[in-house]
Design a protein around this ligand. Sequence first.
Ligand code: HCI
Length: 350
Amino acid sequence: MGLPEWDGELTSVRHDPETGAWFVIGVHSTRLGPASGGTRAMVYPGVEDAVADARRLAGAMTLKMAAAGLPMGGGKSVIALPAPRAEIDDATWRQILEIHAANLNLLGGNYTTGPDIGTNSADMDALRTLTPHVFGRTTAAGGPGSSAPMTALGVFAAIEAGVAEAGLDGVEGLRVLVQGLGAVGADVARLAAGAGAKLIVADVDPVRRSVVADAHGAEVIGTGEVLTRECDVLVPCATGGLLTPAAAGTVPCTVIAGAANNLLTDDAAAEVLRRRGIVYAPDFVANAGGAIHLVGREVIGWSAEHVADRTRAVGDTLTEVFADARTHGISTVEAAERVAARTLSGGPLR
Ligand code: HCI
């Protein structure tokens, strides 16, 4: 496999012929503490794509931890499945988790995982019986439970900060378009509806769409309309890579703040958004609530109340990022990277 260069510390790649799964772990940085980041399980076109995704996501975790002031480095696991998760039988999934746990044990605590797309707290319970290097177990198993509510709380704080930066007067009455109604997206939709937003939602899954639409009176649109539907706030909560520079050049909204990791395909997209005057809340700041929950509860020992306070503070961080970007004529991504770089240059946080 010819791999491109990477500025991270280590990539582990393993294939299991029996299950047909590939296991990739990207350890981007251990500068602030042990690397940490979720386990993503999904189908990829090829193993190169899985490696590229793990590395990109691991890099984003480094920035996320640093910008949130958490004492952890950045890493990510990707399990490239032989078939969609829903089609994998219990025995095979168990086997996949066992191999993943063995890989985590080989890394000896330099990387700790948690849930991400395709895995949940119950999977973390199962992994935790095989390896100690796991966050995010269910409350029944003694863990802090799903990180989704805190991720959503932080995203909502990001929406409010973005709305203020755009000179709009609060979320009430604004058209808020939520793309992706998984645990996080559905909860952001609930918060936005509670604040009086006119909700527009899109999801590939018809059940998820109608549950949210019925609960909050949301308008449902097709997933193909997300980038062309006029709205005030676009809230991407599905997989990343939604905004290419071309899409950033035409997307008809005023504020973008969502939960998806690696929302922009590259820095050029951030620059396009800046030039168009669209307020973009950098993903690794806006979606840090999940990491604050897991690391706060399981590493630092924060109370649930303190975790919620720290998560709401995501809005304050973004207010500073927006002001810094405006003052210096740089993209909000560059401004947020400066915040992370300041922390990273200081070295370990604990
Ligand atoms: C994420 O924010 O994308 C994942 C959060 C996380 C943090 C620490 C360990 C696993 C997952």
